[in-house]
Design a protein around this ligand. Structure first.
Ligand SMILES: *[C@@H]1O[C@H](CO)[C@@H](O)[C@H](O)[C@H]1NC(C)=O
Ligand SMILES: *[C@@H]1O[C@H](CO)[C@@H](O)[C@H](O)[C@H]1NC(C)=O
Ligand SMILES: *[C@@H]1O[C@H](CO)[C@@H](O)[C@H](O)[C@H]1NC(C)=O
Length: 390
């Protein structure tokens, strides 16, 4: 089997309708129309490889890490250009009580295992975990969308050549443009906010389209890639339709769409006990979203220094983040000038107007689901306000 790496994706996204959110009010998603253009992709990957084969691929990928050339030599077959139209579900949330700084927006990109409800995470009637709510309460609009293959967005069958990092970055850049040019809103200033793999993409946006964002908050993130194999092994990513037979059907999702095998392989990666409520953990599991093997094999593909990005950058990562710090964000190399692992991200931002980190205590990778979330949100909202008022 061969995986082709997508290099450039020319996407057309149909416009969405906006929603009007308010603290305490419900925020609903808005769909996109879909139509396809261009040739179909040359696929020579078995997207329905069985669990035995998918597991073998993980063995080969993880054991060749970081010498990814070993894996590429065996399994990857050049690059291709994708030109396609995808149906993507997004939500523009504008505070009903009025915007504090009209004309500005936060642009939120969720990570793996979630859909955009990561940013509007409501447990029962408890809204303290909702970043969209906290932002609306502070008078700031937010835009969030379900990444390709997640939530209400389209789930392309090709879990290798299509649903992978490059395609997703092209979508992320496209949405930033639509937030500027009036297709979604005509925003003067945009603060990008990512979580985890969403931060990997926000970072790629600052590197590839340096004027798309005016400031960026990278949460659940660091530039330390040593820990990636720990994540891939400990999550035990398994065919989503087998893990969640009641939620995902083989007619919708090929085998190479994966989910963490059990609540505990999810916990080790996303949650640090006992600093979250069981109800929040249950909700995250109940709403867990799949990730393609193609995404997992291409996570780092677009990480390059954002040499031309001139806005401010803040990295917000829990001190107990497993995926990006291996449970200790203060485990910097001996003699290092940096105080914590996320501080090394500044090497990706030589031209940034400011760079700093915020490390919430007793917090695992899924920041928005831990008790520290409300305090973390105030830190992030303050950063956004500073960008808007600059
Ligand atoms: C899984 O797929 C591989 C490769 O196609 C095949 O060799 C193997 O027999 C299959 N295993 C099962 C249990 O179906
Ligand atoms: C993997 O790559 C490394 C570095 O290029 C090389 O030394 C090693 O022999 C390769 N291993 C295999 C199994 O191909
Ligand atoms: C990278 O992470 C590992 C594992 O946590 C840690 O030992 C190492 O010091 C980190 N290095 C840097 C440069 O952050």
């Amino acid at each position: 089997m061969y995986i082709r790496l997508a290099i450039l994706c020319l996407l057309k996204l149909a416009p969405l309708t906006s929603c009007w959110g308010e603290p305490g009010g419900s925020i609903s998603g808005a769909g996109y129309d879909t139509s396809r253009v261009g040739p179909s992709n040359a696929v020579n990957v078995d997207i329905n490889a069985n669990e035995t084969y998918l597991t073998k691929l993980f063995q080969d990928f993880i054991s060749s890490y970081p010498y990814s050339s070993n894996f590429s030599d065996q399994y990857e077959d050049g690059t291709q250009v994708i030109s396609d139209v995808y149906s993507i579900s997004g939500t523009l949330c504008v505070p009903k009580t009025g915007e504090k700084d009209p004309g500005n927006v936060q642009y939120l990109i969720h990570g793996i295992g979630f859909d955009s409800s990561y940013w509007d995470f409501v447990v029962g009637s408890d809204e303290q975990y909702s970043y969209a709510y906290a932002s609306a309460a502070a008078g700031i609009a937010t835009f969030r969308y379900d990444r390709l293959g997640n939530g209400l967005s389209e789930k392309p069958k090709d879990a290798y050549n299509v649903v992978q990092q490059s395609t997703e970055v092209a979508i992320a850049i496209k949405f930033a443009e639509m937030l500027r040019d009036g297709s979604i809103g005509k925003y003067k200033k945009i603060v990008g906010v990512g979580h985890s793999y969403g931060s990997v993409q926000s970072q790629a946006v600052t590197a590839m389209a340096p004027d798309a964002l005016d400031g960026v908050i990278l949460t659940g993130y660091s530039a330390n890639t040593t820990t990636l194999p720990y994540y891939l092994a400990s999550a035990a990513p398994s065919t989503a339709t087998l893990v969640f037979p009641g939620r995902f059907s083989p007619s919708d999702l090929p085998n190479a769409y994966l989910a963490t095998l059990s609540p505990w392989t999810n916990q080790i990666n996303f949650f640090y006990f006992p600093y979250y409520s069981q109800a929040a953990n249950d909700r995250a599991r109940m709403t867990e979203q799949p990730v393609t093997q193609g995404v997992l094999f291409t996570i780092g593909t677009n990480t390059k220094p954002a040499t031309d990005f001139k806005g401010p950058v803040r990295v917000v990562t829990g001190d107990k983040d497993w995926i990006f710090c291996l449970n200790d964000c203060y485990a910097v190399p001996v003699g290092s000038s940096e105080r914590n692992i996320p501080e090394f991200v500044k090497q990706l931002y030589p031209a940034a107007s400011a760079f700093d980190t915020y490390i919430p205590a007793n917090t695992g990778h899924a920041l928005n689901q831990h008790y520290s979330a409300p305090e973390t949100y105030q830190n992030m909202i303050q950063f956004a306000e500073n960008v808007f008022q600059a």
